[in-house]
Design a protein around this ligand. Structure first.
Ligand SMILES: *Cc1c(COP(=O)(O)O)cnc(C)c1O
Length: 498
């Protein structure tokens, strides 16, 4: 299996190269040349395996340059109860009849990003060895809050790597900020940036493709890689839990093998839902992919009109990990839908960079609306959804997951579709305590962050994750804050490249 760049189909590399590079030198994203199949029989057999073995089975279809031993080394280390609080790794909880919450936040940083970032360092160091890389890998991360912490936790003290995370100073929750700025490890760095997530992501992408920076890096024996979902190594682990959850539901008799299901995903950078799309293309019986956004609803509009337009106000919401106007992974989807038309992708994404807008053809728009349903809700609706499902089902969910639940309700009302449905639950409610508590109690709380955590513990039946409880006594290590125009010089300084 080879990987091609979305902006130049003549670029063709093995998975180990795609993973170490993170992004193609032409600015395109790596995608598998073909999408491998999974049969219903294979899915049935997964039902008897551990999560690590399910993952290994799927990775073998994509990472064909890895040996079986290398794949199992990665999966066994990443997906164990050393790192995750539940044996199942991805826990399924029935919200009500035929609607299941796929809880992807039982990992060390309490967000779904752990599902991929616990394994990415193993993929990356294994890949580097395979291609005889003699450079130190610098992981540069732009985060809307959760990726940063999950990447820090995954890469801390991993030999041959160093990691630097940029986050938008006022764009993350207090718990997220605390998680990052107290990070331990000798090879980690964290810096706040005065701007929003899109500025952050643009800054990092620009550094990746800056030829002068690249030259300096090479001179110093360093190379960049990415832990954002532009890296294929971030995406492929996310395919696993959709297939795995289907296998579990079939195994337990909740669905019959071959039944179609809907999948609802609270979406930002379009990575998580793209993984569900890959699962569908592989053969997983998925009916509709429901793309849920907050008030930054650039994706809802795109699915409805075929026009992607980021020229609009940016809102800071109570679901900050979805406060994004440039959803990078859409590029991969459009590459697939256009039949790998790299010239077309170049045109659209050049237009996006230059004018903030592109418009797809009617044919593409038609495929989009067949495969996806897009919806959004505002903060008020998010909070009332948290309140309602707590009251009705005694289930406590975070703000991002609540956006998905609300959009799913709207979808059901609009279509009458009663297909069984999996909702991706992307973060622990404890990461967004203030909003969650305010929603449940119906008023603002005057408790501090940790008192709020304790209060939620009283109200819900979810134990406080040890990793969050510990933060209270940790010292803040990282205090730097810079202008967005200073990101490149900060990076050069951090790595001694001036
Ligand atoms: C990152 C994140 C999202 C958005 O996922 P994408 O893959 O970027 O679409 C949603 N919810 C939470 C809690 C997240 O951390």
């Amino acid at each position: 299996m080879f990987y091609k760049s979305t902006r130049d189909s003549s670029i063709k590399v093995e998975s180990s190269v795609a993973i170490t590079q993170g992004i193609s030198a032409d600015g395109g994203l790596f995608v598998p040349e073909t999408i491998p199949e999974i049969t219903l029989d294979e899915i049935k057999n997964l039902g008897n395996l551990s999560y690590a073995d399910r993952a290994a089975f799927i990775f073998k279809k994509y990472l064909t340059d890895f040996t079986d031993a290398e794949i199992h080394y990665c999966t066994d280390n990443a997906y164990s109860t050393k790192n995750f609080e539940t044996e199942s790794i991805a826990e399924i909880s029935q919200l009500f009849d035929g609607t299941y919450m796929l809880e992807l936040w039982h990992g060390p940083t309490c967000a779904f990003k752990d599902m991929a970032l616990q394994i990415l360092p193993y993929f990356l160091t294994t890949s580097a060895k395979k291609i005889n890389l003699d450079k130190k890998i610098i992981i540069l991360v732009a985060t809307s809050g959760d990726t940063g912490k999950a990447a820090l936790e995954g890469f801390k003290d991993v030999e041959g790597t160093q990691i630097l995370v940029f986050y938008p100073e006022d764009g993350v929750s207090p718990m997220q900020k605390r998680q990052m700025t107290t990070q331990s490890g000798e090879n980690v760095g964290v810096c706040a940036m005065k701007g929003n997530f899109d500025d952050c992501q643009n800054g990092v992408k620009a550094i990746f493709t800056d030829s002068q920076v690249k030259e300096k890096m090479e001179g110093a024996g360093l190379m960049f890689s990415s832990a954002n979902s532009i890296n294929w190594g971030r995406l492929v682990p996310q395919i696993v839990y959709y297939i795995s959850s289907y296998a579990s539901l079939a195994e337990s008799g909740e669905i019959s093998l071959g039944d179609k299901i809907n999948v609802v995903v609270p979406t930002g950078n379009f990575g998580n839902i793209l993984a569900a799309y890959y699962a569908k293309k592989m053969g997983l019986p998925i009916n509709k992919l429901i793309c849920a956004s907050n008030i930054n609803k650039v994706l809802t509009d795109f699915i409805e009109t075929g026009v992607y337009d980021r020229n609009r106000d940016f809102y800071a919401t109570c679901s900050p990990s979805m406060d994004i106007l440039i959803s990078s992974n859409l590029e991969r989807l459009l590459y697939i839908i256009t039949g790998h038309d790299d010239a077309q992708i170049r045109e659209w994404f050049t237009s996006l960079a230059e004018t903030g807008r592109y418009e797809v053809s009617d044919a593409v728009k038609k495929v989009l609306s067949e495969e996806f349903y897009g919806g959004y809700c505002d903060d008020e609706q998010t909070k009332s959804t948290i309140h309602d499902i707590y009251a009705k089902y005694s289930y406590t969910c975070d703000t991002h997951t609540a956006v998905a639940v609300k959009v799913y309700e709207d979808y059901k009302n609009a279509t009458g579709d009663t297909t069984k449905t999996i909702i991706a639950s992307t973060a622990s409610p404890y990461k967004f305590s203030a909003s969650v508590l305010e929603s449940i109690e119906g008023r603002n709380s005057d408790l501090d962050e940790y008192e709020m955590v304790d209060k939620i513990a009283e109200l819900s039946d979810i134990p406080v994750p040890a990793a969050l409880a510990e933060l209270k006594d940790k010292e803040r290590r990282f205090k730097d804050s810079i202008e967005k125009s200073d990101m490149t010089s900060y990076v050069l300084k951090e790595f001694g490249l001036n």
